[in-house]
Design a binder for this molecule. Structure first.
Ligand SMILES: NC(=O)c1ccc[n+]([C@@H]2O[C@H](COP(=O)([O-])OP(=O)(O)OC[C@H]3O[C@@H](n4cnc5c(N)ncnc54)[C@H](O)[C@@H]3O)[C@@H](O)[C@H]2O)c1
Length: 289
């Protein structure tokens, strides 16, 4: 049985729904009989996403809304139009950017990323959660995290910070909801692994063959539905080069940095390279990145 928020005829709102994981989730929810609100700033991709869903699932209503998650006006309009469209029982905060910044880059670069990856999520969950409290029935909010917000790999500090913030925000949301309404309104953190989407493959021609390492966005969407049904908060996805056991070791190593007072991010420290490699050797498929 599905999570009770996934109900035929109810509405799911998905940001960044025109491509990648957001589109796959919107399609999957339409397959479950939910009406879907697709929100994105890419007009062409949005139109074709909406047309595909309407063609594949003629019994389902799809509302395509063009907008930018960094605009308060667009987010309020998304909220109002979604509530007019039907009973919103699922919010998927999916839109994000990897256009990031390093630790001492200009604050303007940081703000631009945090506006997309953090503030929009906070704004939308604030708008929808009240509605979810006061309407009948179950509801859920899913925020998109990343392993980069847990083991915080190097190279894009702003992205890692944003995803770490989303993790903590969603944990706090889940706790507060549990205290207030039990399991009637729940929050979940979806943590994709390496996934074949425009974010990772911006120049891939439509229909081009997927490399072997990443999962498809459809696999991520399937995992979301399965783990929501199990009532899981952390909805973890492996990928074809990173089994769950390797993710577990990486998370344990990161936590052990604090416990054993090792240098920050010791996984990427040259003096710890051998130690880390031997720590994951028996579960690694050869990629200990
Ligand atoms: N792809 C991965 O390997 C991966 C891994 C971990 C986490 N994630 C997370 O999963 C989510 C989806 O990632 P994806 O790979 O499908 O991304 P993507 O870049 O392929 O697609 C994102 C969609 O969001 C839209 N979007 C971007 N900025 C927007 C804005 N300001 N307003 C409205 N729409 C906007 C884009 O137009 C696009 O349609 C993100 O939160 C990402 O951080 C992805």
């Amino acid at each position: 049985m599905n999570h009770l928020a996934i109900r035929k005829g109810n509405v799911a709102v998905v940001t960044g729904a025109a491509a990648g994981i957001g589109f796959a989730i919107a399609q999957r929810l339409a397959k479950e009989g939910m009406d879907v609100v697709l929100f994105d700033l890419d007009a062409k991709a949005l139109q074709s996403a909406s047309e595909m869903i309407t063609a594949d699932f003629p019994d389902v209503k799809a509302l395509a809304l063009l907008g930018d998650v960094t605009s308060e006006h667009d987010l309020h309009s998304l909220y109002e139009k979604s509530c007019e469209f039907g009973k919103v029982s699922l919010l998927i905060n999916n839109a994000a950017t990897i256009k990031g910044a390093g630790p001492w880059d200009a604050p303007s670069k940081w703000r631009a990323l945090m506006d997309v990856n953090f503030w929009s999520v906070l704004t939308l969950q604030r708008l929808f959660v009240e509605t979810m409290f006061f309407q009948d029935g179950h509801a859920a909010i899913v925020n998109l995290g990343s392993k980069e917000g847990i083991t915080t790999r190097t190279g894009n500090a702003a992205y890692s910070v944003s995803k770490a913030a989303i993790r903590v925000l969603t944990e706090q949301l889940a706790h507060e909801l549990r205290e207030k309404v039990g399991d009637r309104v729940t929050a979940h953190l979806l943590i994709p692994g390496y996934t074949y989407t425009p974010m990772n493959f911006p120049n891939a021609a439509p229909g081009s063959e997927k490399p072997s390492a990443p999962w498809t966005a459809d696999q991520v969407a399937d995992r979301l539905i399965e783990d929501l049904a199990r009532g899981q908060f952390y909805i973890f996805c492996e990928d074809n080069e990173t089994p769950w056991e390797l993710d577990q070791r990486r998370m344990q190593w990161a936590a052990d940095d604090l416990i054993f007072k090792r240098p920050a991010l010791s996984r990427w420290h040259k003096d710890y390279a051998d130690g880390f490699a031997s720590y994951v050797a028996d579960v690694s498929s050869g990629n200990a990145e």
